[in-house]
Design a protein around this ligand. Structure first.
Ligand SMILES: Nc1ncnc2c1ncn2[C@@H]1O[C@H](COP(=O)(O)OP(=O)(O)O)[C@@H](O)[C@H]1O
Ligand SMILES: [Mg+2]
Length: 248
């Protein structure tokens, strides 16, 4: 479904992604594991098209700071240079790091805002799907998003992405800053998005321990490079991974 071939991203002379190759098969949950500054968000922005958008905006202002080399293929088509709306139309939807929601609006309003550019019938389906997968949100439909707990805000952020009916959902550090209990709850919800809604998912995470066992495949990234990859349960047993990411 998704194939990344030798992706290189430079910010000025700094290399954020270095000859990065990976793929995702339809129906899978795959992961990108890496510490702070490894290049996870840069990859997510490259896949969602946000990086192309930022590059175009900077160039309009006269800068030439971002360089993107390599190829991103989706359903066999080269989408490396297409912009975010094109990718959303194709079903690639990103839920960004640190749940950007509208704190002054209630849950339902947030979901409606997320769906404002989605065609009517699709939006209704997406909204129903989100509320079915996150019953906790359905129970707080009228509550201001700013008053939700951190975990509920993260659920809302993911729901906002679901309203667009993704085929490939990109989640950038969905577990960040949540309690272990909430992390387990979210991991379970992510599993249901995959199994019940048949959405293919790519998750970037630093402290991946709670979700790694459920990953069909994961890539470990250091300094923008893949240093190790394998099936989630196998990586769970890897001594280097344990030392670097589990703190044992
Ligand atoms: N807009 C940007 N301008 C300059 N450097 C950036 C920008 N975004 C990311 N970087 C650099 O790229 C590297 C990877 O960052 P990032 O993708 O955010 O890592 P992660 O999400 O894994 O923490 C870092 O060294 C970071 O400083
Ligand atoms: Mg990041």
């Amino acid at each position: 479904m998704l194939k990344v071939e030798g992706l290189m991203v430079f910010f000025e002379n700094a290399l954020a992604l270095n000859d990065f190759s990976m793929e995702v098969q339809e129906g899978e949950l795959r992961g990108i594991i890496g510490s702070n500054s490894a290049g996870k968000t840069t990859l997510m922005h490259a896949l969602s098209g946000l990086l192309v958008e930022i590059k175009i905006r900077e160039e309009r202002r006269g800068g030439e700071r971002i360089t993107i080399l390599g190829r991103i293929l989706y359903d066999g088509e080269d989408i490396t240079s297409t912009r975010p709306p094109d990718r959303v139309r194709r079903g690639i939807v990103l839920c960004r790091e640190r749940h950007p929601i509208f704190p002054e609006s209630d849950v339902l309003e947030n979901l409606r805002i997320a769906g404002c550019r989605i065609p009517g019938s699709q939006r209704k389906e997406g909204l129903e799907l989100a509320l079915r997968l996150f019953p906790q949100l359905a129970a707080h439909k009228g509550k201001k998003a700013g008053f939700l707990s951190g975990g509920e805000q993260q659920m809302l952020a993911i729901s906002m992405a679901l309203v667009a009916r993704p085929r490939l959902l990109l989640l950038d550090e969905p577990l960040l800053g949540l309690s272990p209990f909430m992390q387990r709850h979210l991991v379970e919800a992510i599993g249901r998005i995959k199994e019940e809604a048949h959405v293919t998912i790519l998750v970037a995470e630093q402290f991946a321990r709670p979700i790694l066992p459920f990953m069909d495949y994961a890539y470990v990234v250091e300094n923008g490079m893949v240093t190790l990859s394998g099936r989630g349960p196998e990586l769970m047993e890897d001594p280097e991974i344990k030392a670097a990411y589990f703190g044992v």
